[in-house]
Design a protein around this ligand. Structure first.
Ligand SMILES: CC(C)(COP(=O)(O)OP(=O)(O)OC[C@H]1O[C@@H](n2cnc3c(N)ncnc32)[C@H](O)[C@@H]1OP(=O)(O)O)[C@@H](O)C(=O)NCCC(=O)NCCS
Length: 148
């Protein structure tokens, strides 16, 4: 049996690892300089899951009482093991303790996996940005989650 990966807060020292996960998971990935720059902002935060290397991460901007989830990604070889849900729940629990009441995110309309995950946690559709993604012309669904 494999041990559950280690979860910890990420720092600017993790920017290269985050960039590797981004490249493996997104058609429009954040680059290492963009990630390093994000870590200099007080509102930015991220958690990662590690086995030997970073295998998944979640990043946010938070300004109490609101938070935006920027990215959530798990390397393809590690998917469907509960890691994406774990990262999301870890982030939501931490943000609740910080006084966050409302969580926003944008997700591609046809991103079946992510939408099923967010739906199962209780996110609901708040709006649509038509043809938001430049690579496919897909709409972005704006989802919202209210802490109770
Ligand atoms: C979305 C993503 C993070 C999910 O990570 P994961 O570790 O595979 O997710 P989990 O194993 O925790 O699954 C949680 C739930 O998500 C849903 N889900 C995950 N993969 C799915 C798939 N391929 N099809 C349908 N539902 C899926 C299910 O509801 C699942 O719950 P279940 O296993 O109890 O059925 C992962 O697919 C990913 O990195 N995708 C590419 C990046 C991306 O699109 N990120 C979202 C940006 S908004």
């Amino acid at each position: 049996m494999h041990a559950f990966p280690l979860c910890r807060k990420l720092t600017a020292d993790d920017a290269a690892s985050v960039a590797r996960v981004e490249k493996a998971c997104f058609s429009l990935p954040w680059t290492e300089p963009q990630i390093a720059s994000a870590f200099t902002q007080k509102a930015y935060g991220a958690f990662g899951l590690f086995s030997e290397n970073l295998l998944g991460y979640i990043s946010v901007y938070h300004v109490v009482p609101e938070m935006e989830i920027l990215n959530l990604a798990v390397l393809p070889a590690y998917r469907r093991k509960g890691y994406g849900r774990f990262l999301l729940m870890t982030c939501l629990q931490a943000s609740q303790k910080m006084g966050i009441h409302t969580v926003w995110l944008e997700v591609r309309e046809r991103n079946v996996a992510a939408r099923a995950l967010y739906d199962s946690v209780g996110f609901v559709v708040s709006g649509v940005r038509a043809k938001y993604y430049s690579d496919t012309g897909e709409d972005a669904c704006i989802l919202v989650f209210s802490m109770t």
